[in-house]
Design a protein around this ligand. Sequence first.
Ligand code: AMP
Length: 589
Amino acid sequence: MDFEPVIQTFEQMEQTSSRLALTDHLVTLLKKTPADMIGKVTYLIQGKLYPDYEGVEMGLAERMALRAIAISSGRSMAEIEAVYRETGDIGDTAGKVMVSKSQSTLFSEPMTVERVYSTFEKIAKTVGPGSQEMKLRLAASLLNDSTASEGRYIMKFVMGTLRLGIADYTVLDALALAFTGDKANRQALENAYNVSSDLGTVARLLATKGLAAVQSVQITLFKPVRPMLAERVSTAKEAMERMGDKAAVEYKLDGERVQIHKGKSRVELFSRRLEKITDHYPDVTKAAMSLACKEAIMEGEVVAINPQTEEYLPFQELMHRRRKHGIEEAMENYPVVINLFDILYLDGKSLTDLPYEDRRKLLAKTVKGKNGMVKIMPQATAAKPAEIDRFMASAIENGCEGVMVKMPSSTYRAGAREYLWVKLKREYRTELADTLDLVITGALHGRGRRVGKYGALLLAAYDPKEDVFRSVSKVGTGFTDEHLDQFYRELEKHVIHKKHARVDAGMEMDVWFEPVMVIEIIASEITLSPSHTAAKNAIREGFGLALRFPKFTGKIRDDKEAESATTTDEIATLYRRQLKVHSGAKADK
Ligand code: AMP
């Protein structure tokens, strides 16, 4: 197939901004394209060689690209660089300098899509030492035989700057029109795209085998499924109304969504944007390998944790895992867990047509037993808004962003954002500027690197009215090894065999202490808590207050006796001030 009609279409598309006109241009091009080339042309239109999940990049350095243009145009690097400074785009640079290229140097045969595509493939696949030089030669050889406008698009494509402004949906419309004559068939194409994430294959099937073949596209292991998304609601009441009489309420963790594809001998991980991210999480990959199934596709949220307390950590901590090098070290320093919330495929069968509650049961079976870091997303069922609110409070206290509320009867709708899943996020986010001085009342034994020391401490605020210390937080971060040794030595003197009579706490601890030692803590905010007892009922009936993302500042307040610690009233005041700051900020908007 000649490259010329493709280029012409690209040029026309660059000049239109109406979506209808874009679609028309595409339809014309697709109709001209031989059936066996439809897949490749579809990828080229999207500026790709393969579907995104293959993660293939051209990898030609900018300087090398400029050199390729210099070589094929017979101009000096200085001249090319000057044009590049002016245009700001390597493709436009090629287009500009090649215009003056003498026609006599042009190959007599026209450039073909086959040649362009296979040269692009070679450029992408050339890796290792000397590969830049090789890529440069390949690009230059194409340019040598191209016209100026071909050269312009070739270099835009190679450098990833081909922006035709067409969404996947426009391509789907164009395919439906070109091959079935009816835009209504786009839905069938979209469904196939949603489960395969591969527009080129959908297009090729349609052109070579027809609509029925597209309709029978199934979920396939190692091809990512476009994720089901959630609509936003702002109150538990609205969430409940959307769900009907029953809702599944889950933690909404603030991490990275990961789709696990587990085969018999290999696991791949895909991001929400369908990129392959297996290399970021070798630990999750290994843990997934030991799940109780031969093949499965599951979804979950990876989140950084404090291994001592298993508390979830803020999203920023997880970002340390997004790297190409030093993964081993990052794994050690930033441990993660994955909380699975869905299963789409199991041992040869697609599960997407099953109701959510049935998929969760199959997920629980698959994840049963000990899988280390692979866990199931905490979930509760709710029939009333108050039940959602309650679960939300414990989710937020535990470091979540809010909750996801899901309709138990809903099927998995790949790629769809509907009210079958809704997200309810906490209303405000404020930095708690003040530090708090809190009393250590209990501890959990350390694990891993902290064996023989304390892993986390239970902290309390003082309630002077009743002369009691009421729990407000567990803290496991901010400690150096020296601190850990010091705490162990000093607290040993105060160990008691059960919870102290003046300590009010609803949770189980490995060790209890006399309430004597005071430490300084910072936190991101104060939240309503169904589990901690500080300021219980002061703000809302049945709830105490707790710290979100607490951290030891490094300061032991030897200068303070326990009764001088931050009081529960002060914490309630800080909570109210936070609300005021927030509503003030809202009013300002
Ligand atoms: P948002 O990014 O705010 O639209 O929220 C949707 C995202 O929340 C998903 O893509 C997941 O990454 C994440 N998430 C966290 N917990 C859950 C959960 N229990 N179910 C589904 N998605 C979740």
